[in-house]
Design a protein around this ligand. Structure first.
Ligand code: 4NP
Length: 148
């Protein structure tokens, strides 16, 4: 499986999701990208790095913007929220082969969006972690393309 995690800035949620999934599925190709371009080349938000470290994880990721080749080079593009999906739809090339879903479509508790923590308190980043890890574990246990 080749999975691309996607959020808005590619500094908070999607690099966290990338690090979590890469750890759970070492044989998969896992990357992350943002729909926006403000943080291209930047390291993840310090709050994301702190939460990852607290769970024994690290990342070398640098921000990048999603590109049309991602729609053929990955099997699954997983957005954190519905705005991400809407933005992806506007750049989806005609020859796209990737499936585009919410990461939360895999959430066994039924939650569907991973809310943007950028303007929130530090605790929101730990909440993102818990949600993302739950979804990634479910994805790895049942790596199909979910319809939800
Ligand atoms: P992310 O959070 O999408 O989880 O990386 C954000 C980071 C930066 C911005 C928005 C969301 N921003 O507007 O710069």
């Amino acid at each position: 499986m080749r999975v691309l995690m996607i959020c808005l800035g590619n500094i908070c949620r999607s690099p966290m999701a990338e690090a979590v999934l890469a750890q759970l599925a070492p044989a998969w190709q896992v990357d992350s990208a943002g729909t926006g371009d403000w943080h291209v080349g930047q390291r993840p938000d310090p709050r994301t790095l702190t939460v990852l470290k607290g769970h024994g994880l690290a990342t070398a990721h640098r921000g990048r913007q999603v590109r049309s080749a991602d729609f053929t080079e990955f099997d699954l593009l997983l957005g954190m929220d519905r705005n991400n999906l809407r933005d992806l739809e506007t750049i989806r090339p005609k020859n796209a082969t990737a499936h585009v879903r919410l990461l939360g479509a895999y959430d066994p508790t039924g939650e569907s969006e991973v809310p943007d923590p950028y303007h929130e308190a530090d605790a929101a980043f730990e909440e993102v972690y818990v949600q993302v890890e739950r979804c990634c574990r479910a994805l790895v246990a049942k790596p199909g393309i979910t319809g939800r």
